[in-house]
Write a protein that binds this ligand. Structure first.
Ligand SMILES: C[S@@+](CC[C@H](N)C(=O)[O-])C[C@H]1O[C@@H](n2cnc3c(N)ncnc32)[C@H](O)[C@@H]1O
Length: 210
């Protein structure tokens, strides 16, 4: 299956957003992410966060509301149009944080143009597990280098399913540790709670940059 036609291609994701066949887009920031921020002091002024494979930007805006400057990256132009609409609607509804803010950037997650920004937090809900295996090391390098020392990376990913079924391929047992092992350590792993939109087994990982 070629890059342009596979279930990981940009056109595949554009088609999903265009058709509205996006069961992951639940409109709810997961409790794991909300809890992480409830349990912490407010971030320092000017701290950056990344929402990797941000889709329609719900969680990017959640991070901005925590006082972070949140940047959502996605390769799907269709998703980013919806994310911009969401940002405009939230501004119209009065979202104008004294600190922080949100922006969306179209980019491949293996080559995020983050320069020297040194994010304190990165979030990936459902992107890494859909990447082809050969793209994952570049992704891990891109995320690790985008974080500052002691920065956190929160990852929600399906477990690998047997065979080549439809949808995200998922992660092999031990794959997260081996992908990020040298630059980050896994500080917590929890089994994902089944949701209304998937019966796949999944995990939430919290990693911290060394
Ligand atoms: C399952 S959706 C999750 C979206 C969002 N995180 C959420 O929870 O609503 C996965 C997202 O990753 C994006 N994505 C997949 N592969 C990508 C890549 N190589 N570069 C950038 N974005 C990618 C897709 O366009 C899609 O928006």
């Amino acid at each position: 299956m070629s890059e342009e036609s596979g279930s990981h291609s940009r056109s595949h994701w554009d088609d999903r957003y265009r058709s509205g066949h996006t069961p992951w887009d639940t409109g709810i920031t997961p409790p794991e992410v909300r809890r992480f921020w409830q349990e912490r002091k407010p971030p320092a002024a000017g701290a950056f966060a990344l929402d990797i494979g941000c889709g329609t930007g719900l969680n990017t805006l959640f991070l901005a509301k925590q006082g972070l400057f949140a940047i959502g990256f996605d390769h799907s132009g269709q998703a980013l149009c919806l994310a911009h609409d969401r940002l405009l609607a939230s501004r119209e509804a009065g979202f104008n944080p004294p600190a922080g803010g949100a922006a969306f950037v179209q980019a491949d997650v293996g080559r995020m143009p983050v320069g020297e920004l040194e994010a304190v937090y990165a979030l990936d809900i459902g992107c890494l597990h859909s990447l082809p295996d050969e793209s994952r090391p570049a992704y891990a390098e891109s995320v690790t280098s985008a974080l500052r020392s002691q920065g956190h990376f929160h990852l929600y990913a399906f477990k690998r399913q047997a065979g080549e079924g439809p949808g995200a391929r998922g992660m092999y047992e031990g794959e997260v540790a081996s992908l990020f092992g040298s630059g980050m350590q896994i500080v917590a792993e929890e089994t994902g709670v089944p949701t209304t939109h998937t019966a796949r087994t999944s995990s939430w990982y919290l990693l911290q940059k060394r």
